[in-house]
Design a protein around this ligand. Structure first.
Ligand code: DHB
Ligand code: FE
Length: 280
């Protein structure tokens, strides 16, 4: 059966993609952010995933407010990137694994998650930027990918408790895939940020640090927050924490933190990163 090698959670701010395109990783503004990823890449070199299941939220490139699935899974052999208007170069297509995707979709639906299956997905910065951070350079991303999209944009959003259950079901689905593949679960977005309205620029380091600790020790505790509380405490786009909860819950059981970083700000966002591994 397939094996989950661990999870990486990271912010997905488009400006990171701009800094990569312009080679700004060592500039004073960017260094504290980028330098944290060396250890994540060392870990990847050790655990050698074949596939990344990327849990993220689309920002209007694929879905818009008129049609918004709560949970959606890509089922294609290739995923194209396209211009979102952030001034980022459009990246070459990412390799998919349609057989794994369909296994995940069948397993999730059998597990009572009525997800939307998508035989075509345009992948946005929330998918591409984290993959660029983990596998930098001009070569195509070396792992196959499966996009898993969570609605963190158009209310009503799934609750933190629901996302923990969805993540657990995703973990069971991956672990029941008859294959010897090594699977990384990647959760993108967050941490606290709000891009619009009177609270634009809102960041809450105390809440972020608490979430990073609970994700390791006691993720169920985060399941007690309502979406309203989450938006109040983390900002309207801080609701992207839901993607982290899905990725964490996919690991199940107890985890250890291999590496983490927290740095404020990256663009308008409190950036967080964690590498998590199941206890062996
Ligand atoms: C920013 C953060 C995001 O999560 C996003 O999707 C777009 C922009 C930002 O901080 O600029
Ligand atoms: Fe975002």
């Amino acid at each position: 059966m397939a094996r989950i090698v661990g999870a990486v959670t990271t912010s997905h701010v488009p400006a990171i993609g701009g800094a990569i395109a312009k080679g700004r990783q060592d500039e004073p503004y960017w260094k504290p952010f980028f330098s944290a990823f060396g250890k994540a890449r060392d870990w990847l070199a050790r655990v050698k995933p074949d596939v990344a299941v990327v849990v993220y939220n689309d920002h209007g490139l694929q879905f818009f407010l008129d049609k918004m699935p709560t949970f959606a899974v890509g089922a294609a052999d290739e995923y194209r990137n396209a211009d979102e208007g952030w001034g980022l170069p459009t990246l070459p297509p990412y390799r998919g694994d349609a057989a794994l995707s369909w296994h995940l979709i069948e397993s999730l639906v059998a597990d009572e998650f009525d997800i939307t299956s998508c035989q075509e997905v345009l992948v946005d910065h929330a998918f591409t930027v984290p993959l660029q951070l983990l596998w930098p350079g001009p070569a195509p991303c070396p792992v196959a990918t499966v996009p898993v999209m969570v609605n963190t944009v158009q209310h009503p959003l799934p609750s933190p408790a629901r996302c923990l259950k969805f993540g657990a079901a995703l973990g069971r689905a991956i672990a029941s895939w008859p294959s010897d593949a090594r699977v990384l679960v990647l959760g993108t977005g967050g941490l606290s940020h709000q891009l619009e309205g009177p609270r634009a620029g809102f960041i809450n380091p105390e809440f972020d640090r608490m979430c990073m600790a609970k994700i390791v020790e006691e993720p169920e505790a985060l399941g007690g927050y309502s979406i309203r509380q989450l938006v109040e405490l983390a900002g309207s786009q801080g609701a992207e924490l839901l993607n982290w909860l899905v990725a964490r819950a996919a690991l199940g059981g107890r985890v250890s933190k291999v590496h983490s970083n927290y740095h404020v700000p990256v663009s308008n966002t409190a950036s967080g990163m964690m590498v998590l591994e199941n206890w062996s």
